[in-house]
Write a new protein. Structure first.
Length: 371
């Protein structure tokens, strides 16, 4: 598939080498940087609402069939091109702002429910920093505090690229919308800062309308400055009792996301299939191979090419899931044994002792806080 207009191979090389330190070190290489479909959908629906022809828009940004179906994820260069192409098509110099003000909880795929269980805004920001990779690889966040002022800073290596201004403005507007939604009222901000200049020939009052704060351009960093006291502001209607459960689910998705960045596709597919087959006592090579549309011999050959074996992946998957399930004190050891595909709790305990040198009950007592 050709690269979107305005993005060449030299650009990709430069972008993949950008930001190797600090928060940007948490970004994957450019070749694997993605935007999840649920996050990209907000930009696509905004373009549709503003009158864009999605078929033409898809062709312009290298996403043919955009008006028919949205892929599970979109490469970052194509998402950048999408924002710029949409802004051009609907003649909206503030398209990024308008995308951001349409963002909702579902936009933040994978960790939106976590935010609803945070007791205060410090926790909200901490969890956003922890899990934002589940939504996109457009940038990474950082919280800085100095005296009475706190700064939510957003770093991105793509801001000088096509569509970069729309990206940072959409993120800023999305943060404003979500903060107000969680608080149930407009959250005061001292200042919103952008590194870029105000679009030439455009008024700045649209920024004030959407962001509801003084806006400064040409700043050293993209950030929102606000009183530190807001960090300890309680989130109304939050249910902190659900926090452990929803965080556990988000942690599992984050672990899977990180593995997917590092492992060959076949390894990740086998791990997912093993997990799905465990409770049916069917996490065996023939059943998993059939589920993946291969013969057992073909699957064994592909796994060997990736330097792993099926039995090794089965063992590793069970080990990781065992620790995850034990962190949930609502699950009994017998239930965990069932979820891991062991017919007897004693078989689970024997395997766990071989993995970690202690019983599941001892591991839980040492590693999981009491309810």
């Amino acid at each position: 598939m050709p690269l979107p207009a305005g993005i060449g191979h030299n650009d990709l090389a430069r972008m993949s080498d950008a930001g190797k330190t600090g928060p940007l070190s948490r970004l994957p290489p450019m070749a694997r940087a993605r935007v999840e479909g649920a996050y990209a959908r907000t930009a696509i629906e905004t373009a549709r609402e503003l009158g864009a022809d999605l078929a033409r828009l898809g062709e312009a940004c290298g996403l043919p069939g955009l008006g028919v179906a949205l892929p599970e994820s979109v490469p970052v260069p194509r998402y950048l091109a999408l924002l710029q192409a949409a802004a051009d098509e609907v003649c909206d110099p503030f398209f990024g702002l308008h995308v951001g003000e349409r963002m909702r909880l579902a936009t933040y795929v994978g960790y939106g429910p976590v935010l609803c269980t945070c007791k205060d805004f410090r926790k909200v920001i901490e969890q956003t920093i922890r899990f934002e990779a589940l939504a996109h690889d457009l940038g990474r966040s950082e919280l800085l505090e100095a005296g009475d002022t706190a700064r939510y800073r957003w770093h991105s290596p793509w801001l000088g690229e096509i569509g970069g201004r729309h990206v940072v403005e959409s993120v800023a507007a999305g943060i404003r919308v979500m903060a107000d939604w969680l608080a149930g009222e407009s959250v005061p901000a001292l200042e919103i800062c952008f590194q870029h200049a105000v679009p030439e020939g455009q008024p700045s009052d649209e920024y004030q309308r959407v962001l509801a704060a003084p806006v400064r351009f040409g700043a050293e960093a993209n950030e929102a400055r606000f009183p530190s006291a807001l960090l300890d502001l309680a989130v109304p209607n939050a249910d902190p009792s659900l926090f452990p459960a929803v965080v556990q689910a988000a942690e599992q998705r984050l672990a899977a996301h990180r593995r997917a960045l590092q492992e060959p596709a076949v390894v990740e597919a086998v791990r997912r299939s093993i997990q799905a087959h465990l409770t049916r006592d069917a996490a065996r090579l023939p059943e998993v191979a059939t589920a993946l549309g291969m013969t057992p011999r073909t699957l064994q050959r592909k796994l060997a090419g990736a330097g792993v074996t099926f039995s090794g992946l089965l063992d590793l998957t069970r080990r990781e899931l065992a620790q995850s399930y034990l962190r949930d004190r609502g699950l009994t050891l017998a239930e965990i044994a069932f979820l891991l595909g062991f017919r007897e709790q004693s078989s689970f305990s024997h395997a766990f002792r071989a993995w970690f040198g202690e019983t599941p009950a001892a591991w839980r007592e040492a590693n999981v806080a009491p309810p």
